[in-house]
Design a protein around this ligand. Structure first.
Ligand code: DQA
Length: 146
């Protein structure tokens, strides 16, 4: 299986960004661990991060032509603002998981609405970096039973 991991704006700052909310692991460390985890499950994992909405959208479009089976996406603040990213994910019709390090429901009210969640297979939030491992496991489970 081919899985694409997308991280959106400001997630390149993980490790130093509000560590009391987002933890102390860097994105590099998370991606490295996840690639090893994926390999042991027979999954090819492609990891990308961008601060730009258009770049994330282009990668979602590209996922269809490169036959990606599943997308794991932490859209950062675009979760709460981007109808365009929602339309891209709906457009390619690739099953995806929305993930957040923090529990967005326990934070400011403006974080409690997601433009993506209702078209996702599922949402994982509040488990910090470990959530990415859960998301990978969930993707594998979803793809294996198809
Ligand atoms: C986040 C939650 C978002 O509300 C926030 O804008 C982020 C990170 C998370 O992983 O907890 O950038 O997606």
């Amino acid at each position: 299986f081919r899985v694409l991991l997308l991280n959106g704006p400001n997630l390149n700052l993980l490790g130093s960004r509000e560590p009391e909310i987002y933890g102390s692991d860097t994105l590099d460390k998370i991606e490295h661990r996840l690639r090893e985890h994926a390999e042991s499950m027979g999954i090819t994992l492609d990891c990308r991060q961008s601060n730009a909405e258009h770049q994330l959208i282009d990668w979602v479009h590209e996922a269809r032509t490169s036959h990606v089976d599943y997308i794991i996406i932490n859209p950062g603040a675009y979760t709460h603002t981007s109808i365009a990213l929602r339309d891209a994910l709906a457009g390619v019709a690739i099953p995806f998981t929305e993930i957040h390090l923090s529990n967005i429901h326990a934070r400011e009210e403006f974080r409690q609405h997601s433009f993506l969640a209702d078209i996702a297979v599922g949402v994982i939030c509040g488990f910090g970096a470990q959530g990415y491992d859960f998301a990978l496991q969930a993707a594998k489970h979803f793809l294996s039973k198809q």
